[in-house]
Design a protein around this ligand. Structure first.
Ligand code: MF3
Ligand code: CO
Length: 256
């Protein structure tokens, strides 16, 4: 069942969403050569604490990993697709791309968003990967309207990504969000005909998150059982927003 939220609940989710946005903005400003992903983690944890919010990821149990995620951020560098773990050993270098994914809970409602940030000057192909991934999210957001269907979102991401010569990751999906970080429906970045194709209705909130590889879409799991990397070693980008379906069209909760 896809849980629909009333106006008051959407406003609560807006508060969580804007906190996530503010945190990601601050972290993006910090990203530079020589900065470690642990420094980003520490800054994010402090901002959440100061805002009276609960980190959404830290302590989150994922059955496939068989453990609780230990950090407030996922920081996925270059060929890491998602769920890279912050570390004092991971120093960002010129030419890297780093995906920063985070979520919070405020007064019972969740917000979740991700950006991929260049470290100094990056290659033209990496620039194009970031651009196409972000565009695929924007095009999908525009489909978040009452009466459209879930596959409109999935198909829009898939078409834009593959049409530009890149690949979507099939093992990882976006999700509904609300009083839980992960609610129905699952939102693959391609049309998966094994799934249902529900109509979008007012009050639904969707976390849309294209994960795009420069090379093949295949994924490999690292021995830590969290860090997903590209099988062919190509770089990967990730952007995410929470979007509410409203009568007036898409309301992106995780940006102003
Ligand atoms: N944005 C990701 C998601 O919504 C991050 C989850 S990390 C976890 O699935 F630790 F919370 F699992
Ligand atoms: Co998410």
């Amino acid at each position: 069942m896809i849980i629909r939220k009333n106006q008051k609940e959407l406003e609560q989710m807006r508060r969580s969403g804007m906190l996530v946005w503010r945190i990601l903005q601050e972290l993006a400003k910090m990203v530079d050569e020589g900065v470690t992903t642990q420094e980003l983690e520490a800054a994010a944890e402090k901002m959440m604490k100061d805002a009276g919010a609960t980190p959404a990821f830290k302590g989150y149990y994922t059955p496939s990993a068989g453990s609780r995620y230990p950090y407030v951020l996922c920081t996925s560098v270059n060929e890491q697709i998602v769920h890279g773990m912050p570390s004092a050993k991971t120093k960002l270098k010129k030419g890297d791309i780093v995906s920063i994914d985070t979520g919070v809970q405020l007064d019972g409602y969740f917000g979740d968003s991700a950006i991929t940030v260049p470290v100094g000057e990056i290659s033209d192909s990496a620039k194009r990967l970031l651009k196409v991934t972000q565009e695929s999210l924007e095009l999908a957001i525009d489909k978040v309207r009452p009466g459209n269907r879930l596959f409109d979102i999935c198909g829009t991401v898939e078409k834009h990504v593959t049409g530009n010569g890149f690949s979507v990751v099939r093992e990882m999906v976006g999700h509904g969000i609300g009083t839980k970080l992960h609610e129905e429906p699952q939102i693959p970045n391609y049309v998966d005909r094994r799934n249902e194709n529900p109509r979008l209705r007012e009050g639904m909130v969707l976390a849309i998150e294209p994960m795009v590889n420069a090379g093949a879409g295949d994924m490999r799991m690292m021995p830590d059982k969290w860090t997903a990397v590209t099988k062919d070693g190509s770089v990967s980008a990730h952007f995410e927003h929470c979007v509410a379906v409203t009568a007036n069209g898409p309301w992106v909760l995780t940006r102003p």
